[in-house]
Design a binder for this molecule. Structure first.
Ligand code: G3P
Ligand code: MG
Length: 258
């Protein structure tokens, strides 16, 4: 199989535990720590425009608010305070818009693992929209047939999702952008789903895998990406097992390297 073409260590949600997640302020922090690869979560707002948000319902990163992402337009979401929960000095920092974040990443030469994070019931549509928009924003970098490992541009993004329908939607609108299927507990049908969704990688919770499992996935021709690895010794161990890439929250402990 082709070698993993991307940077190997990504900052989870842009900034890990160093700054408010999924905000441009957080992305800037990730970059200051030396991370030129980031994982982020894309969800559709009420107007069908994606924003960067991990949780469908507010309350954790948007304090004192019991609404949810699909109830607000993208512009409304982008006026919320996604910083105060993290620390007082970040009060007023807004969630990033998807297009805004992609443009920032491209301007700063930051690679993206775009996790398609649909609100309940919007799986296919979120995949389609994020796929279409991403294909437009990376049109100059995405090669025809790029979902085949040997055709992938290392600067093009990698989609991932826990939701097969989200990946189906992305496959429809952005077939040339590579896909990884995200799992926590490994489902019995992971082989069938990787094949059906024409994925290049399996994205796993590192606590759920063994060296034998990594070998099996790789013997089938898929890369292995792990989340969320916060101990540098564990990072080394996973790479020894043959894991290709991973994301981390501990930008202060896990050093990024190509
Ligand atoms: O993409 C890896 C990781 O982000 C998956 O979990 O819940 O942090 O989006 P979560
Ligand atoms: Mg994520």
């Amino acid at each position: 199989m082709a070698p993993w073409p991307f940077l190997r260590i990504a900052a989870h949600r842009g900034s890990g535990t160093m700054a408010p997640e999924n905000t441009l302020e957080g992305f800037r922090t990730g970059l200051r720590y030396g991370f030129k690869a980031m994982e982020t979560d894309a969800m559709l707002a009420k107007d069908g425009v994606p924003v960067l948000m991990h949780d469908e319902k507010f309350g954790r990163t948007i304090l004192d608010d019991d609404r949810s992402v699909p109830e607000l337009t993208s512009l409304e979401v982008r006026t919320l305070d996604a910083g105060r929960w993290f620390a007082p000095q970040y009060a007023g920092v807004p969630p990033a818009g998807f297009e805004q974040a992609v443009r920032w990443c491209r301007a700063n030469d930051v690679w993206l693992n775009i996790e398609i994070k649909p609100a309940a019931g919007a799986e296919l549509e979120t995949g389609r929209v994020v796929g279409r928009l991403t294909a437009e924003l990376y049109a100059d970098l995405v090669r025809e047939g790029g979902d085949r490992q040997e055709r992938i541009n290392p600067k093009a993004p990698l989609f991932s999702s826990f939701k097969p329908d989200a990946l189906r939607g992305a496959l429809e609108t952005a077939p040339d952008i590579p896909r990884g299927f995200l799992v926590d507990k490994i489902p019995d049908n992971w082989r069938e789903l990787l094949a059906e969704l024409r994925c290049v990688a399996l994205h796993c919770n590192h606590k759920r895998i063994t060296p034998e499992f990594v070998r099996e996935v790789k013997d089938l021709g898929y890369w292995v990406f792990c989340y969320t690895v916060n101990d540098p010794k564990r990072v080394e161990e996973l790479f020894r097992w043959g894991v290709d890439g991973l994301c981390t929250d501990r930008l202060d402990l896990v050093r990024p390297y190509a």
